[in-house]
Design a protein around this ligand. Structure first.
Ligand code: S3P
Length: 167
């Protein structure tokens, strides 16, 4: 299948790049977090607070499965989606997986004023970012390609993704 799947940590630019990419390539854009919020009629923040993370991961798994069945789409997967092997397999079978990366400082800067990410809404977000990144690194490294976004504009990252997906 010819889908492009963007994975990577929160604040690496998956949504903004994905949207731009989809428009350029004339593909539909699927933001998995939005799909989950519409399905649950609740914000991600509320799902984490009221129904807890395991429930979120269950709904996320269903959303991944459904999205992976589509064709000719760009998918932006939430930062924790590929930690699950079944999710990774489903996404891998649906297209090319590109991981967007960024340093903890960049991630902190990009996510600092946004309180919509429950996992980073903690007393020491920098430490949390570092710890989660360390844990998740092996999973992110399973992507077909990765792009370090620290010093790139959205336009430049989008172009890089297009280059990789044309290979
Ligand atoms: C999460 C990332 C979020 C969202 C949820 C959990 C994670 O998505 O799915 O808050 O575990 O890294 P983004 O990466 O799109 O912010």
């Amino acid at each position: 299948m010819n889908n492009i799947i963007l994975v990577g940590f929160m604040g690496t630019g998956k949504s903004v790049v994905g949207k731009k990419l989809a428009a350029k390539l004339d593909k539909d854009f699927i933001e998995l977090d939005d799909t989950i919020e519409s399905k649950e009629k609740m914000s991600i923040k509320d799902i984490f607070e009221k129904k807890l993370e395991p429930y979120f991961r269950q709904v996320e798994k269903e959303a991944v499965k459904e999205a992976a069945k589509r064709e000719n789409v760009v998918i932006s997967a939430g930062g924790g989606a590929v930690i699950d092997d079944e999710n990774f397999k489903n996404l891998k079978n649906s297209g090319i997986i590109i991981c967007l990366k960024a340093s903890p400082d960049t991630i902190l800067k990009r996510t600092k004023n946004i309180k919509t990410r429950p996992l980073l809404n903690v007393p020491d977000p920098k430490k949390q970012i570092e710890e989660l990144l360390k844990k998740r690194e092996p999973y992110y490294n399973k992507a077909d390609f990765s792009i370090d976004t620290d010093n790139l504009t959205v336009q430049q990252v989008t172009e890089q993704v297009m280059k990789f997906s044309a290979k």
